[in-house]
Design a protein around this ligand. Structure first.
Ligand code: PRP
Length: 181
């Protein structure tokens, strides 16, 4: 079994419906344009793949990987680009796609970095939003689902790099669920 014990928060059908709604909204907002969709690795790749296939506008894709620096296992909260975009973004409509906003540190920093490159527009689409965990103010332009402060996996989200492959979003409530499935 693949994580059968964990509670399902969003089944695949519910995710599919919400992704289509988001894609409809984004397609209307970007009508007549060809946005560059920027995925943040690793978590965003599944959501991004579904989202762009549901768009009614053409798009291009690129990816960034971010690195968090700190002493030992304690993060300083300082976030830098580990793997940068290949695409110059000056004058382009850029839509960042992310799996989850938690403290807001990752996205607020990435937006700050990319804004300096003077894109024509810069927006953020986050699949999940854990609003109560914010440490810095950050509001995504498009959100799939706001969620409570629970540990979720699946649909690209991991626990120690496990469970990204799950087609639905599940809550890992116990250490048994984290280690034993
Ligand atoms: C997760 C997630 C976001 C970030 C959100 O990434 O994918 O990028 O944390 O957290 P924040 O709002 O507190 O900054 P992670 O570093 O776990 O990497 P991953 O995408 O490879 O899972």
């Amino acid at each position: 079994m693949r994580a059968a014990a964990a509670e399902i928060l969003f089944p695949k059908e519910v995710i599919d419906r919400r992704v289509r709604e988001l894609a409809g909204q984004i397609s209307r907002d970007y009508e007549g344009r060809e946005p560059l969709i920027v995925g943040i690795l690793n978590g965003a790749f599944i959501f991004m793949a579904d989202l762009i296939r549901a768009l009614d506008v053409p798009c291009r894709v690129d990816f960034v990987r971010l690195a968090s620096y700190g002493a030992g296992s304690v993060s300083s909260g300082e976030i830098r680009i580990g793997m940068d975009l290949e695409t110059p973004i000056a004058g382009r409509d850029v839509l960042i796609v992310e799996d989850i906003v938690d403290t807001g540190l990752t996205l607020s920093r990435l937006v700050e970095i990319l804004r300096k490159r003077q894109p024509a527009s810069l927006r953020v689409c986050a699949f999940l939003d854990k609003r109560e965990r914010r440490r810095v103010p950050f509001t995504a332009d498009y959100v799939g689902f706001p969620i409570p402060d629970r540990f979720v996996v699946g649909y690209g989200l991991d626990y120690n790099e496990k469970f990204r492959f799950l087609p639905d979003v599940r809550v890992l409530g116990t250490s048994f669920e984290r280690e034993g499935v």
